[in-house]
Design a binder for this molecule. Sequence first.
Ligand SMILES: Nc1ncnc2c1ncn2[C@@H]1O[C@H](COP(=O)(O)OP(=O)(O)OP(=O)(O)O)[C@@H](O)[C@H]1O
Ligand SMILES: [Mg+2]
Length: 271
Amino acid sequence: MSSAELMETSKIPPLKVDKLSVNRSGRLVLEDVCLTINRGEFVGLVGPNGGGKTTLLLTILGLLKHRKGNIELYGNTRPSSSVLRKLGWVSQHASNIPKNIKLTVRELVQLGTLNTSNMLWPFSSEQNEQVDQAIELAGLKPVENRNISKLSGGQRQRAVIARVLASKAEFILLDEPLVGIDRDSRNALLKFLDNLCHEAQKTILMISHDIAAIQQASHRMVFLEEKIRYDGAADCFPDLADLANLRGIKSVHDSNYSDNTLYQLEDMGEE
Ligand SMILES: Nc1ncnc2c1ncn2[C@@H]1O[C@H](COP(=O)(O)OP(=O)(O)OP(=O)(O)O)[C@@H](O)[C@H]1O
Ligand SMILES: [Mg+2]
């Protein structure tokens, strides 16, 4: 590929979601979601429990079907396996590795380099190089031979992310990686993710309930509650009152407040 073609390719957004609607168990969970993420962006995805964050990630990854709309990955609505290999997913429970699994950090990261074409062979020098780079990037060199059950929560999170990095993923989707880790580990993990965008040109979409933490680290924040209620710069993220307004939540202390819902429930014979 010529350098001009390479430049053009790098301008194609890793993700373009257009008017996406998704049903789960017959109920509309995502409605008309539009979201474009450009290369090198670190986007924080926040919202209430059940707001549809994990559903959006699973739909982007092709694990859930959508009812309406379009998803383009690196410009492809029907991504080939080589395009799909650019995606790395760290699930909500990825770092909950059972204690009885005896695996060192290096072995865990090595798993990231396996695909259907190289599973039966010993690790190639290229694979070993990918593993070395991922361990280095994640700052896990001093503990690479340690059993993963002996790592701190933050180190374990970095190890599962390093496994994704070893797969050469360019667009990393993380579901709640900050859960259960202490403040210092959380800060180190966010710094590490920020470096991945700035120094390794990765693109990150990360779900978190920790709005304050993600606001400090991400470039852009998206608030999702069935629909996108906010999409903009992290430092302009709405305060609590504006957020309540965007979500259609009324102040119960407002003198103009009328609780139609209560009357409706009474009409239905409920108390
Ligand atoms: N396996 C499932 N089958 C059917 N419906 C589901 C399933 N998982 C989630 N849902 C529903 O889909 C909606 C969105 O759930 P989702 O898990 O995407 O929310 P979320 O924003 O990730 O929430 P949380 O912050 O709690 O992880 C919820 O109403 C939920 O009940
Ligand atoms: Mg979720």
